[in-house]
Design a protein. Structure first.
Ligand code: FUB
Ligand code: ZN
Length: 679
């Protein structure tokens, strides 16, 4: 891997304006972040779900997630409040993610009052830190004598990693280094305890996260020890004898999560669950817990890029390919089973038993962003966009007040309520969770979207995601400005106004779904397009390289294929055999009962039915619908009969109405499906 200048766009330099993400970013800033702050402080009044959620078991944990007790835990650890620790062992990470999200928000829009709140919170975190630098409210309050004895289950490094990410973000946002110093002390303590030296423990985290965080700490402080430690954790995972076996015996088989995974908690899920079954370099498939996999791979790509480790990078490429070609839902969801939130086997993608955790798709964005930094391949951005516009966006209601943890592709509320195996598949979003990892993960991803939108490589700006924005991009030798206008993902035209004179490259992603129909014009003259042998510019790895001497006022128009498309799954995906899904541009569509009546699994789409795209600015905050004429299989004539030797099937015509998948479950409890039968 050749070392070159690469970077992401700076959050402060990109202003997202209008369109879908103007709305979503505004919602996160105005609604979601204040709401999450109230949750962390146990002052939210609407945190007890107001939907019919009491009829369902929450996806994780055993309550509605109220109170959170997160800030209270810090106060108790700081000896400023009486009481006991409450919440998940990784409850601290909820605050860390919120702080990180707020730091990104402050980068794009200063807010003195919000900054004051953050500063006071950082002071509290400082007071909860122990004299030797240790920071973790669970162990400080409950088990101070057992620090670092149950890495497999207890998330100390995960929480530390999240707080390191927050510290780096806040330092970058404000120049204030108090939290950074706090986290350097914690990183130093971990470094003193873990590493290859004889006198240190030869362990690694049970939930990856700190690896990528240590890389961020290295990048901002220049402290090489942090990069070395990240590399150590990456290389140590999977070595035999397994550290988690040794640690397990040493703590006399005590378990933190035996109630969740009997008898020995997470340890009983086996080595694949935490990806220590093999050294990462030898792993060919993502195994085990899907969020862990994404964080592991993100850290590994970072380390591979910074240390020019081609072998490690190759392993990451292989893992990516396996996931995208065999283990990912059409919606960019991953994790096929609720049992320990895991990957299962190739092509096992059940639509109704799915897990598809929001955090896993957010993690997929972390992974693909890093892959794009290491090598600029459009396929990575296609996957990033698939995860973002479908599963990640579905993770939050249109009003920003409720969230999905699990993202199914098929739901029947009655079955979810009555069948314990589907209890995790909720038909409405809860207001919060006992295990609240997803909502603040969404917040930090959405407030940092500019980092995903552009990758800078030398003097080329790669445009990964298309949304309306004004961007200032720092290339290797110059700074450029672009003004992007589009209604994407509801229209396929994207217009760029170039603001800066000079010779540089603007590299436009040509999504794979549009590879057969696209065109690019500069100043009204077509310069490239699908199937044109005389393209003036090179199309390589999914990016069209517009490298030339630009003048202010130059205009680029990219037109992508916006015909609604029928999508079919590889027949090895047994659950999708004979079925079809609809995609238009990057958006996957679904049918909901509210538009199509009950019995979505009895609906058929004729192979030749015309798909009509209909603009609906008035519906669900502005969407496109897709309409078609289809059929619904009628019940047996005698409704009380379950089986019949012979019958005459009868069908009734139905007008089918699809909406974007991300917008489902915003109109009350109802059936939903992405895949339907084709006739
Ligand atoms: O373990 C921490 C987080 O909680 C994981 O990433 C999620 O899957 C949830 O289990
Ligand atoms: Zn989550």
């Amino acid at each position: 891997m050749e070392k070159k200048y690469t970077a992401s766009a700076k959050i402060s330099d990109v202003s997202i304006s209008g369109g879908l993400f103007g709305r979503v970013s505004g919602l996160v800033k105005e609604q979601v972040l204040p709401y999450q702050w109230d949750i962390l402080n146990d002052t939210a009044t609407n945190a007890v779900p107001d939907h019919s959620i009491e009829n369902f078991s929450v996806a994780e944990g055993n309550d509605e997630g109220y109170p959170s007790h997160c800030i209270a835990n810090f106060r108790i650890a700081a000896k400023e409040q009486e009481g006991d620790f409450y919440g998940m062992v990784f409850q601290d990470s909820d605050l860390a993610k919120w702080l990180e999200a707020v730091a990104y928000r402050l980068m794009s829009e200063p807010d003195a009052e919000l900054e004051k709140t953050v500063d006071e919170t950082i002071d509290l975190i400082g007071r909860a830190q122990q004299d030797d630098g240790y920071l973790n409210t669970y162990f400080t309050i409950r088990e101070p004598e057992n620090r670092f004895t149950n890495l497999c289950e207890c998330h100390e490094m995960y929480c530390a990693g999240h707080m390191m990410e927050a510290a780096v973000a806040y330092y970058k946002a404000t120049g204030k280094d108090k939290l950074l110093k706090i986290m350097c002390r914690m990183a130093d303590l971990i470094d003193q305890n873990f590493g290859p030296e004889e006198n240190k423990r030869h362990g690694y985290p049970g939930h990856e996260e700190i690896e990528l965080a240590l890389v961020k700490m290295y990048e901002v402080t220049g402290e090489n020890r942090y990069l070395k430690l990240a590399k150590y954790f990456i290389d140590e995972r999977g070595k035999k004898p397994y550290y988690f076996d040794i640690e397990f015996e040493k703590r006399n088989r005590a378990s933190h999560f035996s109630y969740l995974y009997p008898p020995y908690g997470m340890y009983s899920n086996g080595p694949k669950y935490e990806q220590y079954h093999l050294p990462i370099r030898e792993q060919k498939t993502f195994e085990g817990h899907s969020v862990r996999c994404m964080y592991m791979a993100s850290g590994a790509v970072d380390v591979a890029r910074l240390t020019e480790d081609e072998e490690l990078m190759n392993a990451c490429r292989g893992l990516y390919e396996n996931m995208v070609q065999r283990r990912m839902y059409l919606t960019g969801g991953i994790g096929s089973t609720p049992k320990a939130e895991m990957f299962t086997s190739d092509y096992d993608l059940p639509n109704d038993m799915v897990y598809g955790e929001t955090c896993a798709s957010v993690g997929m964005m972390f992974f693909t962003k890093r892959l794009l930094q290491a090598e600029q391949k459009g396929d990575y951005a296609d996957t990033m966009e698939r995860a973002l516009l479908n599963t990640c966006l579905a993770g939050m209601s249109l009003d920003g007040k409720s969230f999905f943890y699990v993202n199914p592709l098929e739901v029947d509320p009655v079955i979810s309520r009555e069948n314990p195996d589907r209890a995790h598949v909720l038909p409405v979003r809860p207001a919060w969770f006992g295990c609240a990892c997803c909502p603040p993960n969404l917040s930090r991803m959405i407030t940092s979207l500019p980092e995903y939108m552009y990758t800078i490589c030398g003097n080329e700006a790669y445009v990964n995601l298309y949304l309306s924005n004004q961007a200032k991009l720092t290339l290797e030798n110059m700074e450029i400005q672009l003004d992007v206008k589009t209604e994407y993902p509801y229209e396929g035209e994207i217009s760029f106004e170039v603001k800066t004179e000079g010779e540089y490259g603007i590299c436009l992603r040509i999504p794979s779904w549009s590879s057969r129909k696209w065109s690019v014009a500069i100043n009204g003259k077509q310069v490239a397009g699908a199937g044109r042998p005389d393209n003036t510019y090179i199309l390589k790895d999914g990016f069209l390289h517009l490298i030339r001497t630009w003048k202010p006022g130059d205009h680029i128009l990219l037109e992508l294929d916006f015909e609604p498309k029928r999508i079919y799954a590889n027949p090895r995906v047994s659950k999708d055999v004979g079925r079809v899904a609809i995609q238009c541009g990057p958006l996957v569509y679904c049918l909901e009962e509210v538009d199509n009546g009950k019995g979505l699994q009895r609906i058929y789409l004729p192979r030749n039915a015309k798909l009509e795209l209909v603009r609906r600015p008035d519906k669900l905050e502005g969407i496109n619908e897709i309409h078609a004429s289809g059929f619904r299989l009628k019940d047996f004539k005698e409704e009380d009969v379950l089986y019949m030797a012979d019958t005459q099937w009868e069908y009734e015509p139905v007008k089918l109405v699809w909406i974007p998948y991300y917008a489902w479950a915003n109109r009350g409890e109802n059936e939903m499906t992405v895949w339907i039968h084709e006739k």
